[in-house]
Ligand binder design. Structure first.
Ligand SMILES: Nc1ncnc2c1ncn2[C@@H]1O[C@H](COP(=O)(O)OP(=O)(O)OP(=O)(O)O)[C@@H](O)[C@H]1O
Ligand SMILES: [Mg+2]
Length: 317
């Protein structure tokens, strides 16, 4: 009784394929997850167990081994819950094994069986659709996943995207007992206006420099006495830039998706304006940490990074 479900691991913005292999075999009763899993992945056992109980399913009194392959690649995050659960359901015969083939699966389980938002669905969906695979993800990430195959394929050729609100709804869909609606790729309604350059009195040369920097994509260093309007000018820079084109919007959204910052999964053509405080740590600025997340520099991709009070920043002093 073995089943394999495809999911992904993230390295920066790169998406690496990971196979979740589930084996249910006679032996000491146990539920083991192996394959360089971090604490969040190890804990997914408890979520899967609770979820099965909520669905009225009992784990068999057998030895369950979950292997995350390749075993030498570190696995982080909670998006392995759903592939582990589906692998187990397929290994137990609750789901036909072929129903989960050809999909990339990611999602976190709540104890009641509902599916929670996970970061990185957009880059995972782009990689999956490029490889001709469908995507199974939580309903809250459906909008993001729907952007995965955008532009690259005609509607009819696109592998399916299944965005389920709960594990039960997903099981019913995969068994053909219920049909989940296909998620829609939505744009954010971001016509909200930026502060306008017309609010600045005088400062003609500074305004002209701002326009030149916006047109040429140049860096700007502003030096001047306190209260002369430097911060005010900088905040008006994104309004001078054109809206993101489709490719730029997708790239910028991929970074935001990995940071778990994409809201409803709607893409936006708005240029970001990031102005971190000068007390921000180096990791917050350039990304990093034990579980690397994009920093302010990456989050400002295709937008404006404004380092107000530049000499006060840690590491610059
Ligand atoms: N040219 C201007 N037109 C209209 N308002 C201005 C202008 N210059 C300054 N102000 C007013 O002064 C306030 C302070 O400006 P701002 O904070 O941009 O200055 P700053 O150069 O960043 O100063 P600091 O060096 O202290 O950070 C603005 O919020 C605005 O109300
Ligand atoms: Mg200022």
């Amino acid at each position: 009784m073995q089943a394999t479900v495809r999911t992904v691991a993230f390295q920066g913005i790169d998406v690496l394929p990971v196979d979740v292999q589930v084996l249910v075999a006679p032996g000491t009763i146990a539920f083991a997850v192996v394959g360089l899993a971090d604490k969040a992945v190890g804990e997914s056992r408890e979520r899967v167990r609770a979820c099965f109980r909520a669905l009225g399913l009992a784990l068999p009194p057998q030895r369950i081994t979950v292997n995350l392959s390749p075993a030498d690649l570190a696995k982080e995050g909670s998006h392995y819950d759903l592939p582990i659960a589906l692998g187990l359901l397929a290994a137990l015969g609750v789901l036909p094994r072929e129903s989960v083939e050809g999909f990339v699966v990611l999602g976190e389980l709540a104890l009641d069986g509902s599916l929670c938002r996970v970061p990185g669905v957009l880059p995972a969906a782009i990689a999956a659709q490029a490889a001709g695979r469908g995507v199974i993800c939580p309903a809250v990430c459906g909008g993001e996943a729907a952007w995965g195959g955008f532009d690259s394929l005609a509607d009819t050729d696109r592998p399916p995207i299944i965005a389920a609100p709960s594990l039960l709804a997903l099981i019913n869909h995969l068994r053909g007992q219920q049909t989940l609606p296909a998620p829609e790729a939505l744009m954010a309604d971001d016509r909200a206006t930026y502060p306008d350059l017309s609010e600045i009195k005088g400062q003609e040369s500074a305004k002209r420099v701002l326009e030149i920097a916006a047109a040429g994509g140049h860096n700007l260093l502003m030096i001047g006495p306190p209260g002369s309007g430097k911060s005010m000018l900088a905040a008006r820079l994104p309004g001078l830039l054109p809206p993101l084109d489709a490719e730029e919007a997708l790239e910028a959204s991929m970074v935001r998706s990995l940071a778990g910052d994409l809201g409803e999964g709607r893409l936006s053509r708005r240029r970001t304006f990031r102005d971190p405080h000068h007390s921000a740590t180096l990791q917050a600025l350039i990304g990093g940490g034990a579980r690397p997340k994009p920093g302010e520099v990456s989050l400002a991709h295709h937008g404006v990074l404004f380092l107000d009070e530049l000499p006060e920043f840690n590491g610059i002093r």
